[in-house]
Design a protein around this ligand. Structure first.
Ligand SMILES: C[S@@+](CC[C@H](N)C(=O)[O-])C[C@H]1O[C@@H](n2cnc3c(N)ncnc32)[C@H](O)[C@@H]1O
Length: 483
């Protein structure tokens, strides 16, 4: 991270908003002092809220100053033993003003940080103080990123190590709108293993090192700026990272309100992005919608059970484990309640029509993130059916999907192509309806053709990837369907 600092000059001001024991700011300053063109003076401001860490931090930074002095560089140090977000969040308010007057605010040439990561409640004082970037349940690290960006001077360096979650998903949407107006990313390193990078902290999601520069409204002046995307499994293999350069407009659309940042780490990812992005449809344009299963078991304990009389008094209740790739199997006769009472549960049930069922969570090391199955109404003689809350289901409001549509869509979602596309935008194990709504889909006739080809197969997952690629890339679809 220290090696990514680009700022130079005689006087440099560095901010570490979550300094801990000072390891990261020491590395940053050591890197600057080791340059051929050393700065003359460095001013370091280090925030740390944990009072037990202040004495060791001071000892470390005093030692650092002495060391720099021996190399001819003067370092002045200010330790702020206060909450960084509470102390500085008001700078976010200047963003609402047409002509922000930031003359009073101290600006930095470099912000470098390994901020804390944890969720905070909406009424946490830090979330209230930084409300401009908060939506739903915020994670404190995004508040550190937002406030730090405002404290950076124009063209200053922004270098953070964080979870990958801010790059997509609705909770970080407001944050992305503010952050990506200020910071133009230049390099993102993805730690592919959810265990390796921070195994000590048990952070079970992908982490990233992001670097960028403060350049307000960069999307107007430099829409095709280069972005380096690199990846490694963890820290140990970081020296052998796989690096690739993309232009930022391929992975980020500033005009979209979602402002998702996609991270293609392999050639295959970029090819999948290009192909899927060229598709003409979405769920909405096909007249479809996606909803979350309405049955929350702990709120419906009276209505659900391990036995039932179908269809007289009960109908099937489908959970995640009833859904495997291309196959919805009910009943399973396992330990979970698979039956739901019909009476008094109407709002929890949906009519027995054709749907596509999708798991909302993938198991940690599962091969694919998306697991989908067609739910074919004709298989069950029931008036309604129950879907548990860990499932999403695709439906046609006011109508039904055809069987071909249900099979075709399920085949697409289970394909390696859409899995690859999805992984470029999502680093965690959740599959949100918002992301699926934003996912491009091929033309309607391609989906139907795929459904026709897969619905009679004994094992539709066998050769599924080949079939999907053939249909979505074939210029003459009829030929491909017959072949
Ligand atoms: C991941 S550690 C940083 C480690 C540090 N980079 C180092 O090199 O030792 C995050 C630090 O942020 C501190 N912290 C947590 N919330 C804070 C806040 N609101 N303001 C300032 N520091 C905070 C924690 O006490 C912790 O020491």
């Amino acid at each position: 991270m220290a090696g990514r600092i680009k700022a130079d000059g005689q006087k440099l001001r560095i901010l570490d908003p979550a300094a801990g024991a000072g390891v990261l700011c020491c590395a940053a300053i050591e890197a600057l002092v080791s340059r051929d063109q050393q700065p003359g003076t460095i001013k370091l401001v280090a925030h740390e809220v944990d009072q037990d860490l202040i004495a060791p931090l001071r000892a470390v930074l005093d030692y650092l100053a002495d060391w720099c002095h021996d190399y001819g560089v003067t370092v002045t140090i200010r330790i702020e033993a206060t909450d960084f977000v509470m102390t500085h969040a008001e700078v976010l308010r200047t963003l609402d003003q047409l002509f922000p007057s930031l003359s009073e605010v101290e600006h930095f040439d470099i912000v470098i940080s390994n901020p804390p990561y944890f969720k905070i409640g909406k009424i946490d004082p830090r979330a209230m103080a930084a409300s401009t970037v908060v939506h739903g349940q915020p994670n404190i690290y995004a508040l550190f990123m937002a406030v730090s960006s405002v404290l950076l001077r124009e063209h200053g360096d922004f270098i953070f190590i964080t979870p990958r979650s801010f790059t997509s998903g609705p909770y970080f949407r407001r944050f992305r709108q503010v952050f990506f107006d200020m910071i133009r990313l230049t390099e993102v390193h993805v730690f592919g293993s959810r265990r390796d990078a921070f195994s000590r902290d048990e952070v079970l999601q992908e982490n990233v090192i992001v670097s960028g520069i403060r350049q307000d409204r960069w999307h107007r002046s430099e829409p095709n700026a280069p972005l380096i995307v690199s990846s490694s499994r963890g820290v140990r293999d970081i020296a052998e990272s796989h690096r690739r350069e993309v232009t930022i407009n391929k992975v980020f659309n500033p005009a979209s309100p979602d402002r998702i940042l996609r991270l293609p780490t392999r050639d295959e990812d970029e090819e999948a992005l290009a192909l899927v992005d060229s598709w003409p449809s979405t769920l909405q344009s096909l007249g479809l919608n996606i909803s979350t299963g309405p049955v929350v078991p702990f709120r419906a304990t009276e209505r659900i059970g391990k036995e039932g009389n179908v269809p007289e008094s009960h109908v099937p209740l489908l959970w995640m484990n009833h859904v495997r790739a291309m196959q919805a199997t009910w009943p399973l006769d396992r330990h979970k309640p698979e039956y739901i009472l019909r009476t008094g549960a109407r709002t929890l049930l949906v009519p027995n029509r054709n749907y596509v069922l999708l798991r909302r969570f993938s198991a940690k090391e599962e091969a694919r993130r998306l697991t989908a199955a067609p739910y074919i109404a004709a298989r069950f003689t029931i008036p309604e059916v129950g879907f548990e809350n860990h499932l999403n289901y695709i439906h046609r409001p006011g109508g039904t999907l055809s069987e071909d549509e249900a099979w075709g869509l399920a085949a697409l979602y289970n394909s390696r192509l859409l899995d690859t596309w999805f992984r470029t935008i999502n680093g965690n194990t959740q599959v949100s309806a918002t992301e699926l709504r934003a996912m491009p889909l091929p033309a309607h006739h391609t989906i139907v053709a795929l459904g026709q080809r897969t619905k009679h197969l004994a094992d539709p997952m066998k050769n599924l990837d080949g079939l999907v690629m053939k249909l979505v890339t074939h210029p003459d679809l009829k030929e491909a369907v017959v072949a």
